[in-house]
Ligand binder design. Structure first.
Ligand code: SAM
Length: 261
């Protein structure tokens, strides 16, 4: 491939992904801000606004890491609930909102739990942390109103399996949403972005996490991820309908969505 990066085997891929997220679990959030210049926050906001969360929903955020997406969903639902409580004459306004954060790496989840406590989120037990693999979820068929995966599916060994599992756990009418680093096609911007990816990102990885190789791998994994169109067709193949995607920043990231009918 370009820039001298080698194709990695599935076993290597699993190991590298494990390394990256174990090495950086504690400074993962700092790295995100550094590498995306804070933009990942806006991208996640966009993802959650497309989800349209509602009180009482059962939602699954896969590869949820340190909880960013789940927190945004919970905060959105809390603000809707507060408004509803003000309008309502009932004092005991309760709902059964359940937001599951599933990740293969317990270190990431532990950082997430700590952050949740710091933010005063999930004290009503609406946030549930589950160690698990996107390719073999422990949740029941047709049990979720929504499924999100942000910057996660690229790391999964068999993307088709993860998509099949997303389809399986969703209820009919449930929405699948995926935020992922994608492909830039705009010529000059593409060259700038390549320079940024192949030169700047590994250097930041080396400086902050002391781990250049893992960040080189991350950049290569972005290149190997299917194009927006190809990924959309994989989502259709998994059974989803109304499949569409939105490019952000010229395709640096894309949000794919689909519905289970
Ligand atoms: N969604 C979070 C965010 O946007 O901040 C975390 C994204 S982080 C780049 C990728 C996460 O995917 C890591 O926490 C990693 O442990 C997790 N992961 C990798 N492979 C996975 C798999 N097969 N199943 C579940 N989680 C996985």
């Amino acid at each position: 491939t370009s820039f001298g990066f080698k194709q990695v085997s599935e076993e290597e891929k699993g190991k590298m992904v494990g390394n990256v997220f174990s090495n950086v679990a504690s400074n993962y959030d700092v790295m995100n801000d550094l590498m995306s210049a804070g933009l990942h926050r806006l991208w996640k906001d966009r993802l959650v606004s497309k989800l349209n969360p509602f009180p009482g929903m059962k939602h699954l955020d896969v590869a949820g890491g340190t909880g960013d997406v789940a927190f945004k969903i919970t905060e959105t639902i809390n603000s809707i609930s507060r408004r509803a409580t003000q309008d309502s004459t009932e004092d005991d306004f309760h709902n059964e909102t359940q937001i599951y954060v599933c990740d293969i790496n317990p270190k990431m989840l532990n950082v997430g739990k700590k952050r949740a406590t710091e933010r005063g989120l999930g004290e009503d037990r609406s946030l549930i942390w589950v160690e698990g693999n996107a390719e073999a979820l422990s949740f029941q068929d047709g049990s979720m109103d929504g499924y999100t995966i942000a910057f996660g599916i690229r790391n999964v060994t068999h993307i088709e399996k993860a998509l099949a599992e997303a389809y399986r756990v969703l209820k009919r009418g449930g929405r699948f949403l995926c935020l992922e680093l994608s492909h830039v096609e705009v010529p000059v911007f593409k060259q700038l972005y390549d320079y940024y990816s192949f030169s700047v990102i590994p250097s930041i990885g080396e400086l902050v996490a002391g781990d250049r190789e893992s960040y080189k791998y991350l950049v290569e994994s972005i290149r190997q991820f299917p194009s927006q169109e190809k990924f959309a067709s994989m989502i259709i193949d998994a059974g989803f309908q109304k499949v569409e995607y939105e490019n952000l920043v010229g395709g640096v990231v894309a949000i794919h969505s689909g519905l289970k009918f």
